[in-house]
Ligand binder design. Structure first.
Ligand SMILES: [Fe+2]
Length: 181
């Protein structure tokens, strides 16, 4: 690899694999979340992601390039984290909390990738390609915002176990009495 163009095409291939992995992953997140509003949000972004794959395919066509099999290791890592978490037998509420966090990580990753790809496309005067990538970028940003909204309201049912609650209560009592003295 020698040129910016090759680096750009490499990035497009990377995102193509990322989006394809995410179509599947979002289906799983929709399936194992328990809140209905969360399921709906994942399902909606899954459909958007299918469209994002089609936009990337269009980018390759416009550039006269053929997509290559590349693995997006970043998203692969996030998918592996989700799998490892599921093996810990988490309660329903924790699955929802984890899924929101996982989506925030994935969207943040995609936003970084698309921002640099849009910049490169503009520098190389691939105007139409830049527009298509920018549409994907906008959807990722909207999804990130939505997921950040969920992270404000989706919380674990229990933050601490009984012993920790008692410890916290007694330490706040003693610091209260110190303040009083
Ligand atoms: Fe995406």
């Amino acid at each position: 690899m020698q040129t910016g163009h090759e680096l750009f095409v490499h990035g497009l291939n990377d995102m193509m694999d990322a989006e394809r992995q995410l179509v599947e992953a979002l289906g799983e997140l929709a399936g194992d979340s328990s809140r209905e509003d969360l399921k709906t949000a994942f399902e909606q972004h899954r459909r958007e992601t299918e469209e994002q794959v089609r936009r990337l395919e269009q980018c390759f066509k416009l550039l006269g390039e053929t997509p290559e099999d590349t693995e997006c290791h970043g998203i692969r890592g996030l998918v592996a984290e989700k799998k490892a978490f599921s093996e810990e037998d988490p309660s329903e509420d924790l699955v929802d909390v984890f899924n929101v966090g996982a989506a925030i990580k994935a969207e943040s990753y995609e936003i970084c990738e698309y921002e640099s790809l849009v910049d490169m496309a503009r520098e190389m005067k691939h105007t139409k390609v830049a527009q298509l990538l920018n549409r994907n970028l906008k959807e990722e940003k909207a999804t990130l915002k939505k997921m950040e909204g969920f992270s404000d309201k989706v919380k674990p049912n229990e933050m601490m176990n009984e012993e920790q609650r008692q410890q916290a209560a007694s330490s706040s009592k003693s610091s209260g009495s110190r303040r009083a003295a």
